[in-house]
Design a protein around this ligand. Structure first.
Ligand code: SF4
Ligand code: SF4
Length: 380
C-alpha cells in the first residue's frame, strides 16, 4: 500500500536558515551514520535526517529521538565526503524543535527571534524596578555597608522566582510531553513513563557518558574541532550545579539556621560558589573561542547558541562583580549591579524551556525514550 507523505518545504527553508548547509550536497552514502560514535543500529543517524529534511518531512524528523541523542561531536561532519555538514543539520533540527514543542508557542518564538530580545530583558527589569519602587529604594540606596538583602529583601526575590519558575517548570513539562508524544507517534512504543530507565539515564547524564563515548570511539584520526566538548561541557555542567547548590545552601542557611548574609569568603559554601563560577566562565571562554575559530570547519553558530553562552556567562560574571563591589563597599555600583545580576538570572532560568538551555529537558526526554522504547519504526 503506498505511504502518504506530507512534505513541508517551509520547514526545509527554516532549517537551512538555522545554520544547516546546502542539503543537496548529500548523496546519501551513509558514511555519517557509520562513523557516528553513538548512533545505534536500531535508530542510526544522521543520514536519514539529511533526507527527511531535504524532503520536508517535518513531523518525522522532529518526532525522532535521534536529534537529541546526537551530542554534537561533529565526527560525521569530519568524515562526510561531500562536506554536507550533517552535524550542523542536527544542531539546526534541535534549534527548530525547541520552538516547535514550546508551550506556550509565543515563548518559543520570542526566545528564538532577536527582535524580541529587548522584551525578554524588559520583563524581569520592570518586575525588579517595580519591587524597588514599592520598597522606596528606587532613588535611595541603603545606608551603611553593602548588604544586598537591605536593598531587595530575599523573601521578595524568592516570591518572584518561585512564581516565575513554577510557570517555567510547567512549560518545560508540557514541551517534554509533546516531544514524548511525537516520538511515540513516529517511532512506536506504548508511551508509558519509563521509570526503570530513569536512574541509569540520570547517572549517565551526570557522568557525561555519551560525551565520553564520542571521545573514546573515534572513527579515525581526522580532527573534528569538537575535541574540547567533553571536558568543557563537564565543567559548565558541574559548575552550574555548584552554583545551584550554593544558592540553595544560602537559602537553607537563612531559613533553617538564621545565618544572615553576606557570608565570609572563606565559608565552604562561598568557596564552592566561587570555584563553580570560575569553572563556568573558563569553560564558556573556551566554547566562545572555539565557536569563532572553528566556524568554517565545524559549522557556524546560531543566534540561540550565542544567546545561551552570553546569558550564562553574563549571569556568572555579574555575580562575581556583585561580590567584588560589595567587598569594595562601592554602594553606588554594587546595588545597581545586583539588579542587573538578578535580571540575567531571571533570563537564564525562567526562559529555560525555550532557550538552548532546554536541552536539559529534551535531551533527557530523548535519552529516556531511547532507553525504554522498542526499536524504532522507520529508522533506516
Ligand atoms: S551527509 Fe555526507 S556522509 Fe552523510 S549521507 Fe550525506 S553525503 Fe554521506
Ligand atoms: S555530531 Fe556526533 S553524535 Fe551527532 S550525528 Fe554527528 S557524529 Fe553523531
Amino acid at each position: 500500500m503506498p505511504a502518504l507523505v506530507s512534505a513541508d518545504l517551509g520547514f526545509k527553508r527554516e532549517i537551512l536558515g538555522r545554520g544547516a548547509p546546502d542539503l543537496t550536497a548529500c548523496y546519501q552514502c551513509g558514511t555519517c551514520s557509520v562513523v557516528c560514535p553513538i548512533s545505534t543500529a536500531d535508530n542510526p543517524f544522521p543520514r536519514k535526517e539529511m533526507i527527511w529534511v531535504q524532503w520536508g518531512l517535518k513531523e518525522r524528523a522532529l518526532g525522532n529521538s535521534s536529534i537529541w541523542l546526537c551530542h554534537q561531536c561533529a565526527t560525521c561532519t569530519a568524515y562526510c565526503p561531500r562536506d554536507a555538514k550533517p552535524a550542523s543539520l542536527m544542531a539546526a533540527l534541535r534549534d527548530y524543535s525547541i520552538q516547535h514543542f514550546a508551550v506556550p508557542a509565543f515563548m518559543g518564538r520570542a526566545v528564538s527571534d532577536p527582535r524580541f530580545l529587548p522584551l525578554l530583558f524588559a520583563v524581569p527589569a520592570l518586575i525588579f524596578l517595580a519591587l524597588l519602587a514599592s520598597l522606596g529604594h528606587l532613588g535611595r540606596l541603603p545606608e551603611g555597608p553593602v548588604v544586598f538583602s537591605k536593598f531587595l529583601p530575599i523573601i521578595h526575590i524568592e516570591i518572584v522566582f518561585m512564581a516565575a519558575m513554577t510557570l517555567s517548570g510547567l512549560g518545560a513539562l508540557a514541551g517534554g510531553v509533546r516531544y514524548w508524544r511525537a516520538m511515540t507517534l513516529h517511532m512506536g512504543g506504548d508511551g508509558r513513563a519509563p521509570t526503570q530507565a530513569l536512574v541509569p539515564t540520570v547517572l549517565g547524564i551526570l557522568r557525561h557518558r555519551k560525551f565520553a563515548e564520542c571521545r573514546s570511539r573515534p572513527a579515525g584520526t581526522r580532527q573534528t574541532f569538537k575535541e574540547h566538548l567533553h571536558p568543557t561541557h563537564l565543567a559548565v555542567f558541574w559548575g552550574f550545579l555548584g552554583l545551584v547548590a550554593t544558592t540553595t545552601s544560602v537559602g537553607i542557611g537563612i531559613y533553617a539556621f538564621g545565618y544572615l548574609t553576606p557570608w565570609p569568603l572563606w565559608h565552604p559554601v562561598k568557596i564552592l560558589g566561587n570555584a563553580s563560577g570560575v569553572a563556568v566562565v573558563g569553560a564558556l571562554l573556551v566554547f566562545g573561542y572555539r565557536r569563532v575559530a572553528d566556524a568554517e570547519r565545524a559549522g557556524k553558530s546560531t543566534y540561540s547558541d550565542w544567546l545561551f553562552l552570553v546569558v550564562l556567562g553574563s549571569t556568572t560574571l555579574t555575580g562575581f562583580l556583585c561580590q567584588i563591589l560589595r567587598l569594595a563597599d562601592a554602594r553606588g555600583a554594587a546595588y545597581p549591579m545586583y539588579v542587573v545580576h538578578l535580571v540575567f538570572v531571571f533570563v537564564l532560568l525562567v526562559y529555560i524551556p525555550y532557550s538552548k538551555f532546554s536541552h536539559l529537558v529534551y535531551r533527557t526526554t530523548a535519552m529516556l525514550y531511547a532507553a525504554s522504547a522498542p526499536p524504532a519504526n522507520g529508522a533506516s
